[in-house]
Design a protein around this ligand. Structure first.
Ligand code: COA
Length: 187
């Protein structure tokens, strides 16, 4: 049995099936609403169109902690922005409180900062806002998110946090004080 926990990263296409299956099962249990109706047999963690890049800790084939960075376009006011966002952040219960997620979020920050996105964004429940603030994310107070196309928009209750990554970050953050962030689908 492998007990050495190591950091690894993969593009979505190269993520080993055994690790993907564990991340997917975790999501199906903690986020059941993402796996209903037409998504009941969904076999992806984030939609492949979002080009997920997986950062994780694993002991051999056993997944310990996982995060993936997706890339997409959102609009705020009349402008569109390319954003990168950490999502599917998870640590299996036996390994919680040991800093695995904190280290993965730090690795995600480094990757987003070095990448081509206009800005980093993430959403989380209110109880995790401090965790992400300590990891270098900035709470966007009162920001609203509209998800869905063609008037079927739904307002998410989650807190929105941003990470300045490119020269348009300041404009994005300023605009977010006036307008909701519109996304085609929640991720
Ligand atoms: C949230 C989660 C990923 C944290 O993983 P972890 O590896 O235990 O996190 P870390 O050990 O790096 O802890 C990071 C910090 O977050 C805090 N934290 C973790 N879970 C928390 C919770 N449920 N409520 C409040 N704070 C929490 C810890 O206290 C810790 O703070 P500290 O460093 O000041 O002690 C893990 O609890 C999990 O998988 N939860 C279920 C899935 C989930 O909610 N994912 C987040 C989606 S945004």
């Amino acid at each position: 049995m492998e007990t050495n926990i190591e950091f690894r990263e993969w593009s979505d296409e190269r993520l080993p099936e055994v690790l993907k299956a564990q991340a997917l099962s975790f999501l199906r249990i903690i986020w059941p609403e993402g796996f209903t109706g037409p998504n009941r047999f969904r076999d992806w963690t984030s939609h492949p169109d979002l080009r997920p890049h997986h950062l994780l800790y694993a002991a051999g084939s056993q997944l310990v902690s996982h995060l993936e960075i997706i890339t997409t376009t959102v609009s705020v006011g009349s402008e569109s922005y390319v954003v990168q966002s950490p999502t599917a952040v998870m640590t299996f219960p036996a390994f919680r409180g040991e800093g695995w997620a904190r280290r993965l979020v730090a690795a995600a920050v480094a990757r987003i900062d070095a990448g081509q996105a206009d800005v980093g964004v993430l959403t989380c429940g209110p109880h995790l806002a401090d965790f992400y603030s300590r990891a270098g994310w900035e709470i966007a107070p009162g920001a609203t998110i509209l998800a869905g196309e063609d008037g079927s928009a739904q307002i998410s209750d989650d807190i929105l946090l941003t990470r300045s990554a490119g020269p348009r970050s300041a404009a994005f953050k300023a605009s977010l004080r006036e307008h909701p962030m519109r996304v085609a689908d929640e991720w």
